[in-house]
Design a protein. Structure first.
Length: 422
């Protein structure tokens, strides 16, 4: 039986695994490394976050993005976006160097089991662990507007369903949404020969400002510090103090999770959108149906109660994610039903990313309501990995006191993993 089973091998899962190995836990890491970044983002996209805010986390501070870039003959500079393909390759490099061997099989089911948990892999093998860290990323939580959900996938897709957009060359494509995913997807479509438009519910597009220089006079930094989530004290608090955020009243956390760092485009994509994309503001899809050649959308106009029809060959919904308990499909009904939900439907965490079911830990987007907006970005992986492994060790000590678990002693992560197999 393993001390810890890490399910998911994206930035959060790999960071948790690196910290767990360093702590001497026997662990198993399952999932295809950096799968979302490799398979669900179109070629040509860039990271929105600054390179220095996009590091995966290892306890010794090594294996950073700038170190990887330097090894490739590239300098990771503040204010210069990194291609998604390079970030995905960085994650694979991190996995090879900072994490015990990753088992690329997918987990199909996780159930509570005496002394911990039982996990079943895609080929039918059953694994047992005292604790589980669920780091499943964003793909289970893809959200498509209700008006579009019943249409054929050939006509409607989510922005995460594409690793390339060249198949839309010379076609009419409508993108729904006003955030970075929508705007960058539309820009790429236009640049690859599609007739691209964006429908935005808001009456105005929001654009992030060009970041200030990394090195600034102290008085400017004191007035508006730079953080992994942007400039200003509020963003600094979200980025650097997730533990304090977790102590805020639940109603406050829920409001922040719903409103902070809302949809906005990166400064470097603005010119590309304005040059080649039709933007329709103050419009929302009320209904949709398949017609010959594509989709007919009924779209609300700027005046209340008005509708207009719009025909397009394909719709891409860049409408984000809904990280709710009911979408944790890996968990059995019994285990999922044991989780307490926050006001937004996401699973509550009680301490150090532990869910309301003892021994089941959560990481990534699904914890944003509990630990703040940083959990929607790679930057949040650093705090998460350290705190979550601390919580796992606390849980194991409690189990050992009850005669159900060992207390990890060795800090030789790779040796502990080998000892824990079987």
């Amino acid at each position: 039986m393993y001390d810890l089973l890490v399910v998911g091998a994206g930035p959060y899962g790999l960071s948790v695994a690196a910290h767990a190995a360093d702590a001497g836990l026997s662990l198993k890491v399952l999932g295809r490394p950096m799968a979302s970044w490799r398979d669900h983002m179109p070629r040509g996209m860039f990271l929105k976050s600054e390179p220095w805010a996009s590091n995966l986390s290892a306890p010794d501070g090594r294996w950073t993005l700038d170190a990887y870039c330097a090894g490739q003959g590239v300098t990771a500079r503040h204010g210069e976006p990194i291609p998604v393909e390079m970030f995905a390759d960085y994650g694979l490099w991190f996995a090879r160097n900072a994490v015990p061997e990753v088992d690329e099989r997918m987990v199909t089911r996780i159930a509570a089991h005496p002394g911990g948990f039982e996990a079943v892999t895609e080929d039918g093998q059953t694994l047992h662990a005292r604790t589980v860290a669920l780091a499943v990323g964003v793909m289970p939580f893809v959200d498509i507007p209700a008006a579009l959900r019943d249409l054929d996938p050939a006509l409607v897709s989510h922005s995460t369903h594409h690793s390339a957009l060249d198949r839309f060359h010379d076609r009419d494509v409508t993108v729904i949404g006003g955030g970075q995913a929508a705007l960058e997807t539309a820009a790429l479509l236009a640049e690859q020969g599609a007739r691209a438009r964006v429908l935005v519910r808001a009456d105005v597009l929001r654009w992030n400002d060009v970041p200030p220089p990394f090195e600034r006079p102290w008085w400017r930094s004191a007035r508006a510090p730079l953080s992994g989530l942007g400039i200003g004290w509020r963003n600094w608090f979200y980025a650097e103090r997730p533990g304090l955020f977790h102590r805020l009243p639940e109603s406050t956390r829920a409001e922040v999770a719903a409103t902070a760092l809302g949809p906005a485009g990166a400064w470097w994509v603005r010119e590309r959108v304005e040059r080649g994309v039709e933007v329709r503001l103050g419009q929302e899809v009320a209904a949709a149906r398949a017609v010959e050649g594509g989709v007919r959308l009924e779209v609300t106009g700027r005046r209340p109660g008005t509708l207009e029809n719009l025909e397009t060959e394909h719709v891409i919904a860049a409408t984000g994610f809904s990280a709710t308990v009911d979408r944790l499909g890996l968990l059995t009904d019994e285990l999922r039903g044991a989780l307490t939900a926050a006001p937004d439907g996401s699973p509550q965490t009680v301490r150090d990313f532990e869910s309301s079911h003892p021994g089941l830990f959560l990481a990534g987007l699904v914890t944003a309501a509990g630990y703040g907006p940083a959990m929607r970005f790679v930057h949040g992986a650093t705090y998460t990995a350290d705190a979550l492994v601390r919580g796992v060790r606390r849980r194991l000590r409690k189990g050992a006191a009850g005669g159900a678990a060992r207390v990890p002693g060795s800090r030789d992560g790779r040796g502990a993993v080998a000892a824990g197999r079987g």
